[in-house]
Design a protein around this ligand. Structure first.
Ligand code: GLN
Length: 305
């Protein structure tokens, strides 16, 4: 078996010099205050192993990684009906782009760009009385950490400046692809993005995706085997926006990034991994995280390919 601890320590040492080359997200003012030199990685294996390096247990704003959780909730509840509301194709555009939506009648390309995530949240608002409570309890269950919570300062900060997300939601509403009140949908979306979790929380929370849809800690099924396969396919093709091809090429794992600097990924039937380094590249993905993931599959010799 690979010596994950040794690999993580090597990866940390070999990538730390990249600090200063990226830029912490500042379009959400509260995120601009994140310390740029934070850096951690956790690997969680399905047989219960946990390997960590650096700031792996410090919480950060998970931002778009949260899209995986709300998508899993609505995919589980609605099944293939969901595909009437969104597609399964990579967008080849940035996460908050408006450009395809008009030509494609308000149907987002996939669940992981902002437009698709807003539709997922809209579905959740239709399906549940208290979507924020449901999201929180799902994520706490997945991570096994009852302390996971929203950061209301970050959610408020994004609400005050999230004009693009407001534009996306209103635009889709004009096509009839948002059922609920736009403000309510945006509020739930900004809150899910503000969830504070550590690399260890996220690696544990992603382990059901390495385990055919079943949480290995509790035995609870959250997606069917087939839905889990499809989720991982979407993560591989769309999880890193217009850098998804590069991520498949260099790392070869289904994964999801967030502008808080996190990247979470899985190797089906084996493990989940999460890195956090807040400085981003020009695609809005963690610059060090991209390199760390590449080194992880290179050093261990494992990937889905
Ligand atoms: N909350 C962020 C936004 O909507 C999430 C983007 C991201 O993490 N890529 O802009």
């Amino acid at each position: 078996m690979a010596d994950y601890q040794k690999h993580l320590e090597e990866i940390y040492q070999e990538t730390i010099h990249l600090q200063g080359k990226g830029k912490v997200a500042d379009y959400i003012p509260a995120l601009a205050e994140t310390e740029p030199t934070k850096y951690g990685i956790t690997v969680c294996t399905l047989d219960g192993g946990l390997y960590r390096v650096g700031d792996a247990d410090e919480t950060f704003s998970i931002q778009s990684i949260s899209k995986v959780f709300t998508f899993a909730m609505v995919f589980n509840a609605m099944g293939d009906k969901l595909w009437k509301r969104m597609g399964k194709e990579p967008s080849g555009t940035s996460f908050n782009s408006l450009i395809q939506l008009e030509k494609e009648n308000g149907i987002p390309r996939n669940p992981f760009i902002n437009a698709g995530a807003l539709v997922c949240v809209d579905c959740l608002v239709s399906l549940t009385k208290n979507p924020l409570k449901e999201i929180l309890s799902f994520v706490r269950k997945l991570s096994g950490n009852p302390k996971v919570n929203y950061d209301s300062v970050i959610a408020d900060s994004e609400r005050k400046t999230g004009f693009r997300n407001a534009a996306l939601a209103n635009f889709m509403k004009s096509f009839g692809n948002i059922e609920n009140d736009v403000e309510e949908v945006l509020n739930a979306y900004f809150h899910q993005c503000s969830l504070m979790m550590s690399c260890t929380d996220l690696a544990k929370a992603f382990s059901f995706l390495a385990n055919g849809g079943v949480n290995p800690q509790t035995g609870e099924r959250h997606l069917t085997e087939s839905q889990c396969k499809r989720m991982n396919a979407l993560l591989q093709t769309c999880g890193m926006y217009d850098e998804s091809g590069e991520f498949a090429f260099s790392t070869g794992l289904p994964g999801k990034s967030g502008v808080g600097g996190g990247i979470a990924a899985v190797l089906p039937r084996s493990l989940s991994i999460c890195s956090w380094a807040p400085e981003l590249n020009s695609y809005g993905n963690s610059l060090i995280g991209m390199k760390a993931m590449e080194l992880f599959t290179t050093k261990t010799g494992i990937s889905i390919f």
